[in-house]
Design a protein around this ligand. Sequence first.
Ligand code: AMP
Ligand code: MG
Length: 493
Amino acid sequence: MHYRSTPAQLVNTPLNWNNRFHQLGAGFYTPLMPQPVPSPYWVAHSQPAAQLLGLNDDWVKSNALLQAFSGNQILAGCQPLASVYSGHQFGQWAGQLGDGRALLLGEANGLEVQLKGSGLTPYSRMGDGRAVLRSSIREFLCSEAMQALGIPTTRALCVTGSDLPVRRETMETAAVVTRVAPSFIRFGHFEHFAARGQTDALRTLADYVIERYYPACLHTEAPGGNAYAALLQQVVERTALMLAHWQAVGFCHGVMNTDNMNILGLTLDYGPFALMDAFNPGHICNHTDHAGRYAFDAQPDIAHWNLYALAQALLPLVESQELALQALDTFKPLFAKHYHRLMCAKLGLREDSSADAGTLIEDLLVLLAHDRVDYPIFWRRLSHARMQSHYEPVRDLFIDRLAWDAWLLRYQELIALYQQGPEADLMLKTNPKYVLRNYLCEEAIEAARHKDFSAVQRLLQVVTHPFDEQPQAQAMAGFPPEWASRIEISCSS
Ligand code: AMP
Ligand code: MG
């Protein structure tokens, strides 16, 4: 056994802990201490995330917190634990997984705080319990960038690093990400107890989630009046909204296994993700996903599939296949509704611009895909073009300019027909200028490998103000360099 259950050193904490997940009891987790790392250092921190926890402005100057967020010391009041879950990976039942390298420290200010990369746990299987600097910076930046884009996500408070060597395809170094979310409970937590026939534990977990996060389910007027069916319905709704955001912004998750699906519909577990450069609906961002199961345009269907797995797990509580199916059947229309709304906003069209907007969106995506147009730049240029009624810079993005001209005519007709109001002005607040492109991550990571962490912090600043003009960062709003298309992101992290 390589893991510890007694704390190293207790540090007084500016946080007040209240560990409700811990109170669920023994079957849900293993109480566990993090494994220390040698000589940790700060890599990055998010002040907005710190504010959520109520940390004061000086928190990053605290050596005690550096040690605590590296897993070397324990904040007084925490009850660290590794939770157990199971799940479907790449469409196959994978059996027991669990927090193999994450520890839930506890709950502060109503938010769960988790260390990722803090050492071995009973659920580490073949892994080393560690996370590398590269993937930790990626997760940190994208969590905060997605939040700034208005996309439901878990948050990231900080990354700390250590020179501890970690073997992946090559030798790298260790890092720990401190993540923050109302809950890190996954579909896989439910699947775990359902697969084992532990209906009492399943009910305990579902009751906990309902009481804390979906209390309206207790007073459900829903068909059948079953709180667990209402819970499923709520998760379907949140997941549909999250997927609509992903598809609208061009986010590819890369590993949509059921153990990476959050019960609150938050984007969770940033691995080989990509915010697309050139628009390619079949884009596969995970280098190891040879079959393209998690390709960009497959994501909504995969989410639906994952919801089936959740429904299956909840069935002993829902007790009616019909009720479960009713909830599942709402996914597609809910997704379509949200997606339509978000795409209309990107186009600066009123949501009720009739079915014409729907075909206009579909046809636009065909054009963008055909000419592999840069997705963020297209939308940003369209936003400016619309304000100035000057579409030449957008036209320049296309190879098939006649097709673009024909599309533009229809777009302008629709604008005229519906007498658009403030929507056009909102386009610059809807279509980001700065997105976390993979190549920007790579550059910041390269600097961080040489112990220059300023690039990470700078990039954080830029991508967390995605709609603002930031003249000093103009270069980050341009086309990606040619080498960007050759970046390969594997699952290894
Ligand atoms: P992921 O594909 O990152 O979502 O991980 C799937 C499962 O493998 C989860 O149970 C993780 O905790 C576990 N895991 C991933 N990487 C490691 C690692 N380096 N050490 C231990 N467990 C890991
Ligand atoms: Mg995971």
